[in-house]
Design a protein around this ligand. Sequence first.
Ligand SMILES: Cc1cc2nc3c(=O)[nH]c(=O)nc-3n(C[C@H](O)[C@H](O)[C@H](O)COP(=O)(O)OP(=O)(O)OC[C@H]3O[C@@H](n4cnc5c(N)ncnc54)[C@H](O)[C@@H]3O)c2cc1C
Length: 384
Amino acid sequence: MNFDLPPDVEAMCEALAGFARRDLNGPDPFEPIDFRRRWQLAGKQGVLGATVPEEYGGSGLDAVAAVALMEALGSGCTDTGFAFSAAAHLFACAMPIVEFGTPEQRQRWLPRLSSGELIAAHAITEAEAGSDIFNMGTRAELRGDHYVLDGTKVFTTNAPVADVFLVQARTGGGFFGITAFLIEAGNPGLHAGPPYTKVGLRGSPTAEVYFADCRVPLDCVLGGAGAGASVFTGSMKWERVCLFGVYLGAMRRVLDSTIAFANDRVQFGSAIGEFQAVSHRIVDMVAALESARLLLMKAAAELSGGGDCEVSSGLAKVAVSEAAVKIGLDAIQLRGALGVTDGEAETLLRDALPSRIFSGSNEIQKNNVARALGLGRKRPVKHR
Ligand SMILES: Cc1cc2nc3c(=O)[nH]c(=O)nc-3n(C[C@H](O)[C@H](O)[C@H](O)COP(=O)(O)OP(=O)(O)OC[C@H]3O[C@@H](n4cnc5c(N)ncnc54)[C@H](O)[C@@H]3O)c2cc1C
């Protein structure tokens, strides 16, 4: 397999890493005005519409180039939460509109989502429907020429700042009883809560979203009535592959500084990198990163080729998130006491912990891969 990037994409990645280093780092924790300021800059730089077709203001990149671009973003932007927010916006909100939107919906939303004028959020998880996602209780009732939504979503990335919400609600029974809606912030029936305080990804605002008698016209339905589950699985395909490029970049950045530290730090008269226990630990970190990267690029190649990347994306998601936790832990250990003071090693570990949970937890990914191997639970899962 050849994952060499075309020279123009290489140049774009290099420019993005430098730009992100200079302009995208922000305060911890999240601060809404500064977040939007950086968001607009990221839009101008082409980050927020990277995979959106050019006719809608994007760059039309394929998934392999998008992973490379996200890797550059993650390496330059030390605020991994901000990079995560940008990637969630692009892959879990804009891409479903690209794939499922009507021409009017694409025209209405994509240019402004790509330019950085708007921020999007995808709300599906509920308090009682996390991994068991299709067990959701939020309902959308058809009343003449509009739907009315009632319910509560939790853990919605970008909710406190979002201008548009992609919302999944139950309109009937079973898999085809879920419908996706595009709902503008400012709708009197939609209210986003305050950001949670999180251990990691603190630059990414996450909140609950409440729907009470939320009326939306029929043209807000994305993908047709009953297509919500397909919209969701389509969005996860993009998120699971391309968003995780951000973590490749963050790991690379911390690995580089760890190697520099091991060459600088002297104990017993020599740089600690000369001790085999230290150098081997670093080699293991490199192996974890490189193997996770290959799995992610393989999944991206499958996605770009239009293949079913269910297994490859699940394996890649597990590999990247576990590598990020491992590299965070090892980078702390190699810095000694300095590792547990505020800094990039402990930040990587904190930012890595949620990556084992979102986009479908690692346990759920393994269930999916097991099922593809003919293993796992045979009983059909019951939904409302
Ligand atoms: C930073 C962050 C951002 C997020 N952003 C969004 C967002 O933008 N939009 C959105 O809708 N959601 C979002 N989520 C929610 C995320 O999708 C859910 O947290 C995730 O699906 C897991 O659901 P849960 O937290 O309810 O855990 P649960 O489903 O309660 O799982 C708890 C534990 O049990 C395990 N488990 C559950 N079922 C099984 C099973 N069948 N087999 C094996 N193990 C199982 C899980 O793996 C986990 O370890 C976000 C989460 C985080 C952390």
